[in-house]
Write a protein that binds this ligand. Structure first.
Ligand SMILES: Nc1ncnc2c1ncn2[C@@H]1O[C@H](COP(=O)(O)OP(=O)(O)O)[C@@H](O)[C@H]1O
Ligand SMILES: [Mg+2]
Length: 159
């Protein structure tokens, strides 16, 4: 699924749309948020966490690496891999202990092997104006979600 996001409100709306499509139980799911600096990764992550019911600020996990949330029965881990340089360093943030939640990963290209076990990937890039989004499923269950978002995008384009 590809979609143009003319402004940050559109990036935030996409996060809310994704939440409406996600299953209630997302324990063990991983969403990779790719894109260069300023592409809108944090904008998307903040909007998703807020839509999941979090009130207040969503601090950047740049230094803590992981920011955990417990929201309406859903555990979420907002993860930023900017400061790691290899897959091996994933153990510093206790990656293996984050199986019980929804892992939302910024800068996943720091640990390229993650794509093998992830479910969803959102690539954000700069367009002539605004940003462009490309969303894809990486696992079977992820593909089912991507397919639904694609259908939503088609009806979106008709509006
Ligand atoms: N679709 C969009 N169009 C224009 N600006 C956007 C869009 N999405 C986000 N932005 C803006 O881009 C800036 C950087 O966003 P941010 O989410 O911090 O990027 P990243 O986390 O990828 O570095 C913010 O000012 C944000 O409001
Ligand atoms: Mg960011």
């Amino acid at each position: 699924m590809k979609r143009h996001l003319p402004d940050s409100a559109a990036t935030e709306a996409l996060a809310r749309e994704l939440l409406a499509i996600l299953p209630a139980d997302t324990a063990g799911w991983t969403l990779l948020l790719e894109g260069e600096l300023g592409a809108g990764k944090s904008t998307f992550a903040r909007a998703l966490i807020a839509a999941m019911g979090h009130l207040g600020a969503v601090p950047s996990p740049t230094y803590t690496l992981v920011e955990p949330y417990q929201l309406a029965g859903r555990r979420i881990y907002h993860i930023d891999l900017y400061r790691i340089s290899s897959e091996e360093e994933l153990r510093y943030l206790g990656w293996g202990e984050l199986e019980d939640g929804f892992r939302l990963v910024e800068w996943p290209d720091r640990a390229p092997g993650l794509a093998r076990t992830a479910d969803l990937r959102l690539r954000l890039s700069y367009g002539e104006t605004g940003r462009d989004a490309a969303f894809e499923g990486l696992s079977e269950r992820g593909e089912a979600v991507a397919e639904k978002l694609k259908l939503a995008t088609i009806s979106h384009a008709k509006d």
